[in-house]
Write a protein that binds this ligand. Structure first.
Ligand SMILES: Nc1nc2c(c(=O)[nH]1)N[C@H]1C(S)=C(S)[C@@H](COP(=O)(O)O)O[C@H]1N2
Ligand SMILES: [Mo]
Length: 176
């Protein structure tokens, strides 16, 4: 009688690695970037999928719906009041454009600009909100899109270092 040359761990890897790979391929093809004729809200450039025309992904409301809209009721960094935001998860948005980088440079209509570690979006359900109480955010309401962290779910997000990452009136993102 021969004993197997591989330990249990090796067998687990031999079986699970190809399954994980398959899921990744299926996931990637389901949500690939597509050009649309909709009005652009945010343009994403930098280290994104090489298949995206002119290296610039143009994202509008229809694309948000396609990516999948989520709701989050929370206060913001300096507010006591709670708001009901709707938007897409930053993680899902970056997956959709095939982002492959460590830092996201986000720019706003008022020329405010901030570098955010992309790890934040893997660690937390950070929302790119475009609706407040069911209504599209206007520029006056700090729209058309703004980043909202789940500050009520994770106490460490009340740390000062996150305050500047609550960027509003977003117009562009660059993956670095
Ligand atoms: N577009 C834009 N976003 C911005 C800023 C800004 O000047 N312009 N200020 C940032 C800073 S410094 C802080 S502290 C937070 C404050 O967010 P809140 O007032 O919604 O809690 O917004 C951030 N987002
Ligand atoms: Mo601030």
């Amino acid at each position: 009688m021969h004993h197997t040359r591989f330990g249990t761990g090796t067998w687990v890897k031999l079986i699970l690695v190809p399954i994980a790979w398959l899921l990744w391929v299926v996931g990637a093809s389901a949500g690939a970037y597509e050009e649309t004729k909709e009005r652009t809200i945010i343009t994403i450039t930098g280290k994104i999928s090489p298949d995206i025309p002119n290296g610039a992904a143009r994202i509008g409301y229809d694309t948000f719906k396609k990516i999948g809209v989520k709701e989050m009721e929370t206060r913001t960094f300096y507010s006591k009041k709670r708001y009901k935001f709707s938007g897409v998860l930053m993680r899902d948005l970056l997956d959709y454009v095939g982002a492959n980088g460590e830092t996201l440079e986000v720019t706003a209509l008022d020329d405010y600009r901030i570098n955010i570690p992309i790890a934040d979006y893997q660690k937390y359900d950070v929302l790119l909100a475009f609706k407040l109480d069911g209504k599209n955010l206007s520029i006056r309401d700090r729209g058309p899109a703004r980043i909202i962290y789940p500050i009520e779910q994770h106490s460490e997000l009340s740390d000062k270092k996150y305050a500047s990452r609550y960027i509003w009136q977003i117009k562009g993102m660059r993956v670095k």
